[in-house]
Design a protein around this ligand. Structure first.
Ligand code: A3P
Length: 296
């Protein structure tokens, strides 16, 4: 028996070769069969690439920058997490979606090949957010320490190898970023980068606005830039995941809104680890040219 209130760290079970938390793997058929409405929007990411940030930007764009409306509920209630399953009474992503009318903003970490095919049959719009591998890895390491439903991250050095070998929850980062990259034109996926959002949030927010066929004033864009700054989101209880109880997200170990920077990897990788990682990266990424930046 787990300690009261604690869900415990779930083992990973492969679904078509991709390791997923057992609660997801055990409910796989219902996830795969999900049928979105054509008006639904998918926000897809590898974990820790800037999902929550993008969800907030989209919610604000849809609501013309209305901060109060966008504080109506925590992020995962406003924008359900498609594949997440928790033990009752916490609703699964699918149960939550059943209670909402389209158009909905749906979050997923599934790699392209595991996204329910009805999204593409229905020509749903999709935004993919990618973050450079080293910062993504660092962020995931701290997250796996504080998210007590994910497998134990173990020591840092070993974690780097698990990342390189695609053994973390939701599988390899490399296949994930490549999978959406090669499909982006055919599927009309908006592919954006965390580093670009940091460098010039206004430009990227406007890019998202155009993709969604929305039109908001310059003044509202400025407000959205401000409301979605790292500092403001860290202080926003409806965006900082303080809604998730400590037995699940122990934010005393590491904040969900941890650092929010580009290049933090330099504080964690030794020069040897960085060299080893880069050499392997060249091998794993050689067939594509995705313009990642590890510094801005
Ligand atoms: P760090 O751990 O590097 O701080 P996700 O939402 O996909 O789980 O990603 C979480 C990462 O995005 C965390 O990275 C978090 O701090 C960062 N993040 C969240 N909101 C942000 C914002 N408004 N600006 C910059 N980074 C943000």
């Amino acid at each position: 028996e787990k300690a009261s209130g604690s869900l415990g760290r779930f083992p990973l079970i492969p679904v078509r070769g991709v390791p997923l938390m057992s609660l997801i793997a055990n409910n796989w058929d219902s996830i795969w069969d999900f049928r979105p409405d054509p008006s639904d929007l998918l926000i897809a990411t590898y974990p820790k690439a800037g999902t929550t940030w993008t969800q907030e930007i989209v919610d604000l764009l849809i609501h013309n920058g209305d901060a109060e409306i966008c504080k109506r509920a925590p992020t995962p209630v406003r924008s359900p997490f498609l594949e997440i399953f928790s033990p009752p009474p916490i609703p699964s992503g699918l149960d939550l979606l059943k209670t909402m009318d389209p158009p909905r903003v749906i979050k997923t970490h599934l790699p392209f090949q595991l996204v329910p095919p009805a999204f593409w049959e229905n020509k749903c719009k999709a935004i993919y957010v990618a973050r450079n591998a080293k910062d993504n890895l660092v962020s995931y390491y701290f997250f796996d320490r504080m998210n007590l439903t994910q497998p134990e991250p173990g020591p840092w050095e070993g974690y780097i190898h698990k990342f390189m070998q695609g053994q973390l929850s939701w599988g390899p980062w490399y296949d994930h970023v490549k999978g959406y990259w090669v499909e982006r034109e055919k599927r009309n996926i908006l592919y954006i980068f965390y580093e670009d959002m940091k460098e010039n949030p206004r430009r990227e927010i406007e890019r998202i606005m155009r993709y969604l066929d929305l039109s908001v004033s310059d003044e509202v864009i400025s407000r959205i830039v401000e409301l979605t700054s790292f500092k403001n989101m860290k202080e926003n209880p409806m965006a900082n995941y303080s809604c998730i109880p400590a037995p699940v997200f122990d934010q005393s170990i590491s904040s969900f809104m941890r650092k929010g920077e580009v290049g933090d990897w330099r504080n964690h990788f030794t020069p040897e680890q960085s060299k080893m990682f880069d050499e392997d990266y060249e091998r794993q990424m050689k067939e594509v040219n995705i313009p990642f930046r590890t510094l801005i």
